[in-house]
Design a protein around this ligand. Sequence first.
Ligand SMILES: C=CC1=C(C)c2cc3[nH]c(cc4nc(cc5[nH]c(cc1n2)c(C)c5CCC(=O)O)C(CCC(=O)O)=C4C)c(C)c3C=C
Ligand SMILES: [Fe+2]
Length: 434
Amino acid sequence: MTTGKNNLEMSSPASAPAPKKISRRDVLKSAGIGGIGVLIGASGVGGLLSMTESKANSSGKTDIVPFYGKHQSGITTKPQDHVYFVALDVTAAEKSALVKLFKEWTEAAAMMTEGKPVGELSSNEFLPPKDTGEAAGLSASNLTITFGIGPSLFVKNGQDRFGLKHKQPKELANLPKFPLDALEEEWSGGDLCIQACADDPQVAFHAVRNLIRIARGKAILHWAQPGFQRTKQADPKDETPRNLFGFKDGTVNPDIKNEKEVNQHVWVQPGDGPNWLAGGSYLVVRRIQMFIEVWDRTNLREQENTFGRYRDSGAPFGQKNEFDKLDLKSKKENGEYVLPVNSHVRLSHGDGSQQILRRAYSYSNGMDVKTGSFDAGLLFLCFQRTPSKQFIPMQQRLSTMDKLNEYTSHRGSAIFACLPGTNKGGYIGETLFN
Ligand SMILES: C=CC1=C(C)c2cc3[nH]c(cc4nc(cc5[nH]c(cc1n2)c(C)c5CCC(=O)O)C(CCC(=O)O)=C4C)c(C)c3C=C
Ligand SMILES: [Fe+2]
């Protein structure tokens, strides 16, 4: 998980004016009372609904992350408490259908991130409501919706599906097979992806559900995985969240408030590859099962040796505090490094030149029916400018030597190019499809 101490982007300035308390449910009421339901029922996304404004959350603050901008939100946004991640397969055969889909998705995503429904809630009893309704009355909850494109959208089974092959970036290629990978088709790949993050799980699910509904006839679900962190209510000090092994996870990350750092490590720069992706970012997703029952039988010293950090404080070995620098040089009397050579932090850090923006969430999917143990772990989401120089060499080191491999198994994997942002009137994907 990825909440570093200093790397928080605030989604709404503290000085923002108090919002009008009109929520998704207010639209429903006004539609019923004023008899404008049929009108709304006949209108498309937007229309009369633009009258509404998002409700404040329980602490009275607006919780809207702007959707429009140079970059998509949900990447350098301070991680919300929940994610709903889906990968999709495109069933449409024409590029024009894809363009229509992205236009509709953009409009719907912009509405939902403002806490508004994507269409009427329940105004015309002779039609299915456009919005599915479960977010009625809920605040925007810092919802972000991030769209990505997989390598198979360009070429599948040798076919240039949409005449886009010449635009495929070299970096957008299937990841190599790493030692110990136990990947399953049902958790891997996808032509497109949607990452919906919010401080409320129902708001995140509602967003994905409505986008899938809009995609009917054009794209279908390939795989889906919800994830969570501790909530902000449960952790008012907003410390680094702990993963399901009980360790603080997300301490070291590029500073999302530092433009130079994110340009260096996260955003694709003009000249890096095809221009359509400048301002975007590559997302690598790994669905990593964690054998929590085995871990729970492992003594604390072994657990701490696995990461090279102390469980309680999160400090790296040989240091006192969580945010102290790694000590890569000190040795013990017996000549061994204080920070074990096979520890997760030593190996993932390497020489420090490769950095990725981690934005991971825990998941728990009930029981693994094959083993009778929990199917729980980490939905590892990380963003970067150049996967071949960042995630790939890092994972190569980890997959061969990491002590953590005794307790984890990589069950799913995918890579996506997250498109640059767009402005009002434009649509996500315009730089690629135009
Ligand atoms: C290839 C990239 C990485 C994978 C896959 C990965 C899996 C993974 N990590 C943890 C728990 C922790 N990771 C920590 C640090 C850390 N991990 C990576 C990369 C991958 N992790 C990096 C780049 C770093 C930072 C290294 C550094 O420079 O210090 C930590 C320590 C605290 C922290 O900094 O976040 C923990 C804990 C799990 C459980 C896991 C797979 C299930
Ligand atoms: Fe890690």
